[in-house]
Design a binder for this molecule. Structure first.
Ligand code: ASP
Length: 318
């Protein structure tokens, strides 16, 4: 191997409560184990990212795949993006309701289509045509999430809507929502550098709680919640999607790395920019082509983990 492989993952940035902490760290660890096994045997960054994200989509702890937050009409609608920084290929899907692992559909788009992005029924048809099983949306819905949606609707009816989900850009109400621990962002993501020196990134989400059907957040949009280019860096974000999208924050961060800012600094600068410009909250993982990396969040916690030849580490704050 020419390079030391690195895999960095996150499982969302928010006020992770004590009773959810162990599940988040365990989920992140399982994702690292699955992804790093691929890198350790000489596999590609793209395969490692896909494997790590798949594990977290399958884990109902996270807002990705089964167990995701529900739309205002009680369904799961999923978005995912996968990007290969060596070949500069990307595949994305949004608003899919019948796929267990949208990151695998994103991989099919990346490999098998001249296009880079599919939505809704067209994305599902494309995935099915390429061998993925279509499931009933109810298989992705948990009772826990039905209750969470009912609580969100009751808060909304009482005039206590969570500003972090409504798109309101009032710093104070966003802050209050976070302090109260209501704003939860459990999206998952991974970035990797393989032994050949190639970077890849992936992000997968059920989006925000009580979102209007059809809403697409930052996670699956190229350059917003995810990006990879061997000539700059690989990035995955989580958090309040609307401000992240408006700032095209993933591309903003990797471009700083390309211009010479170390990833550890560029990650902090990206989160400061998000807050100072739009009052946004979230977290970021950023990995350069030389293996240097950065993590940052301005939420009370972010589930993260890293695997290198030196071993595996997970944490809930930086
Ligand atoms: N960024 C995601 C979205 O807005 C939510 C999250 O990160 O949990 O859809």
């Amino acid at each position: 191997m020419k390079h030391k492989p690195v895999l960095l993952v996150h499982g969302g940035a928010w006020a992770i409560p004590a009773d959810a902490a162990a599940a988040h760290e365990a989920g992140v660890r399982k994702a690292l184990e699955a992804g790093y096994a691929i890198l350790a045997r000489g596999g590609t960054a793209l395969d490692a990212v896909e494997a790590a994200v798949t594990v977290m989509e399958d884990d109902p702890t996270f807002d990705a795949g089964r167990g995701s937050f529900l739309t205002s009409d009680g369904r799961v609608q999923l978005d995912a993006l996968l990007m290969d920084g060596g070949r500069m290929k990307a595949g994305g899907v949004a608003c899919v309701e019948r796929l267990r692992n949208p990151i695998q559909a994103a991989r099919l788009v990346l490999e098998q289509s001249p296009h880079v992005y599919f939505v809704g029924a067209g994305a599902e048809q494309f995935a099915e045509m390429h061998g993925m099983a279509l499931i009933d949306n109810s298989e992705l819905v948990l009772e826990r999430e039905r209750e969470r949606l009912a609580e969100a609707k009751a808060r909304e009816a009482a005039g206590l809507a969570d500003a972090t989900f409504s798109g309101a850009q009032d710093d104070k109400s966003a802050e209050t929502a976070y302090t109260a621990g209501m704003g939860s962002h459990d999206t998952v993501g991974a970035v990797a550098l393989d032994g050949q020196g190639n970077l890849a990134a992936g992000t997968s989400t059920g989006g925000t709680l009580n979102k209007t059907p059809g809403r697409v957040g930052d996670s699956s949009l190229i350059g917003c919640g995810c990006y990879a280019d061997d000539e700059s860096a690989a990035v995955s974000l989580t958090g309040w999607g609307e401000p992240i999208m408006k700032l095209v924050l993933g591309k903003w961060a990797v471009d700083r790395v390309a211009l010479g800012t170390p990833p550890e600094l560029a990650a902090c600068e990206a989160i400061s920019y998000l807050y100072n410009r739009l009052g946004g909250h979230g977290g970021i993982i950023l990995l350069g082509p030389d293996g240097r990396f950065g993590l940052a969040h301005n939420t009370p916690a972010m589930a993260w983990g890293i695997a290198t030849p030196a071993g595996l580490r997970t944490g809930l704050t930086i």
